[in-house]
Ligand binder design. Structure first.
Ligand code: ADP
Ligand code: ADP
Length: 218
């Protein structure tokens, strides 16, 4: 479970996130919807302890999430898929993360198979398409088999087959009882992916309800 209370982030004059309060429950895919610049990434980064709130709080499993050894066992995230050291192979990237988090090396092969990158495991990430980088970022998020997963715009760059695959993956992760939060700027994507929606605009909460109720209101 993720709990966000009064979460606020200001950058000088810009208020990126303004008093957000919402809860993300396990066993569902929760969509985090808002136009570009609405504050989605900033919120996800604060939930993951990568960005310090100006005020308010965000907790995972009742505690602030701290990036530390074994952090990947508690929460995994796909944040900026483009932001991967291009000189390394996909496998080397995941090995480093596994080592840093005390995870067994066999997990690397398992997650590479899960995301369909086993055939390119030894290739340098620098030559990967955005869709392949998204798959690699998803593999990193899954590495620690965590109960809480956050995905920032995961569908960007995926081909139609990849989009179908990732939707199925989110469904399965939720059916396993995990907490799954998926951001997007597209309602059409959320209708296919999410059970519930947290909708934001200009850093503020607009709606927190089922996808069906939100769609019915227009
Ligand atoms: P989204 O993920 O919904 O597209 P962001 O969280 O990236 O939105 O950005 C929300 C707002 O905060 C935008 O106006 C953006 O320009 C601003 N912002 C984000 N990060 C910074 C930063 N490091 N410094 C200044 N402004 C920022
Ligand atoms: P840095 O370059 O800052 O050292 P790393 O990529 O080595 O960052 O990661 C440091 C720690 O951050 C990891 O041990 C892990 O706990 C956390 N971390 C890294 N990637 C993720 C991710 N995809 N999801 C969640 N936590 C992560």
């Amino acid at each position: 479970m993720i709990e966000v209370k009064g979460l606020t982030k200001r950058y000088g004059e810009v208020t990126a996130v303004n008093g957000l309060t919402f809860t993300v429950r396990p066993g569902l895919v929760t969509g985090f919807l808002g136009p570009n610049g609405a504050g989605k990434s900033t919120t996800l980064r604060m939930i993951l302890g990568l960005n310090r709130p100006t005020s308010g709080s965000a907790t995972i499993g009742g505690r602030p999430f701290v990036r530390h050894r074994a952090g990947l066992r508690h929460a995994g995230a796909l944040l900026d898929a483009g932001d991967v050291h291009g000189g390394r192979s996909a496998a080397a990237h995941l090995w480093a993360l596994a080592r840093g988090n005390g995870l067994p090396r066999r997990r690397v092969g398992e997650v590479l198979r899960e995301v369909g990158l086993e055939g390119v495991a030894r290739r340098r990430v620098g030559g990967f398409s955005l869709g392949m980088r998204q798959r690699l970022g998803i593999a990193a998020a899954l590495l620690g088999d965590p109960p809480v997963l956050l995905f920032d715009e995961p569908v960007n760059g995926l081909d139609p087959e990849g989009v179908r695959w990732v939707r199925g993956l989110f469904r399965r992760l939720a059916a396993e009882g995990r907490t799954v939060l998926v951001s997007s700027h597209l309602m059409s994507e959320m209708e296919h992916t999410a059970d519930r929606l947290v909708v934001i605009g200009r850093g503020e909460l607009i709606a927190d309800e089922s996808v069906a109720d939100f769609a019915a209101r227009g």
